[in-house]
Design a protein around this ligand. Structure first.
Ligand SMILES: NC(=O)c1ccc[n+]([C@@H]2O[C@H](COP(=O)([O-])OP(=O)(O)OC[C@H]3O[C@@H](n4cnc5c(N)ncnc54)[C@H](OP(=O)(O)O)[C@@H]3O)[C@@H](O)[C@H]2O)c1
Length: 225
């Protein structure tokens, strides 16, 4: 199956993994809608990227339910939704964390994905799916990274329970490994990942009509070390 004539909403598609996914969907003749905090402001530059000239771009804030509702009204029905929104990186020992900062990260990556699933599932066409983003820290903790460990673990649990509750809409997740953290490069069996490598896992989950409740660990072996 390719993505011909399928409409994919990529929330967080203005950069990184989401942007690579947008290009791969366009290469396979799908329609792409990119939504992110400042996608409309970035649209002029993003349209210069190969294949992305015909995408639709919408700005919204995933931490605001009212923004999500307005976005979904503009978009209508879609085949698949991939969410690749990243929360601010918070690295500090648990006892020193500023709880407000942690709450903001939860609002962005955990509650953001939760609200998208809750508010958007009725707009997903038959045979469609939602793909969440988690991350290695959800199953493999590192000192100082408790905030993302909690978020990513919760996202994977959300994925499994929604696979039961929203069926026949399929719900899956991708757990990306490390893309930027240079100090991890030599420790991971396959080194740091590239956005295009991770994006292929989202495509796989959209295309395979018998996958639901699954997390693909696209991490070069990061969870093993
Ligand atoms: N990169 C890694 O090493 C890594 C590792 C493990 C897991 N992950 C996970 O993989 C996913 C993709 O990561 P990435 O590195 O590709 O991310 P990225 O390049 O930093 O892109 C993040 C996206 O999130 C959007 N965004 C941030 N806050 C938002 C908000 N409040 N409302 C709407 N959109 C918002 C950004 O929009 P604007 O551009 O408009 O601001 C951007 O499109 C994330 O969930 C991340 O946690 C990444």
């Amino acid at each position: 199956m390719n993505m011909k004539n399928q409409t994919i909403l990529i929330i967080g598609g203005s950069s990184g993994i989401g942007l690579a996914l947008a290009q791969q969907v366009k290469e396979q003749e799908g329609n792409v809608i990119i939504a992110s905090k400042s996608a409309e402001e970035q649209a002029h530059e993003l349209r210069k990227i190969n294949k992305l000239e015909e995408c639709k771009y919408f700005s919204f804030d995933i931490t605001k339910e009212s923004d999500i509702k307005k976005l979904l009204e503009k978009i209508g029905f879609v085949d698949h939704i991939a969410i690749t929104v990243k929360s601010p990186l918070i690295v500090a020992p648990f006892l020193e964390l500023n709880t407000q900062d942690v709450r903001h990260a939860f609002e962005t990556k955990l509650w953001g994905q939760y609200h998208i699933a809750k508010l958007a599932y009725k707009q997903i066409k038959s045979g469609g799916s939602i793909v969440f983003s988690s991350g290695t820290l959800g199953v493999r903790p590192y000192l100082g990274f408790s905030t993302l460990s909690i978020i990513n673990g919760a996202v994977e649990s959300l994925c499994k329970t929604l696979a039961l509750e929203l069926a026949p809409i399929r719900v899956n997740a991708v757990s990306p490994g490390f893309l930027q953290l240079k100090e991890m490069e030599d420790k991971i069996p396959l080194g740091l990942g590239k956005p295009s490598q991770i994006a292929e896992a989202y495509l796989c989950l959209m295309k395979n009509t018998y996958l639901t409740g699954t997390t693909i660990f696209s991490d070069g072996g990061a969870t093993l070390v």
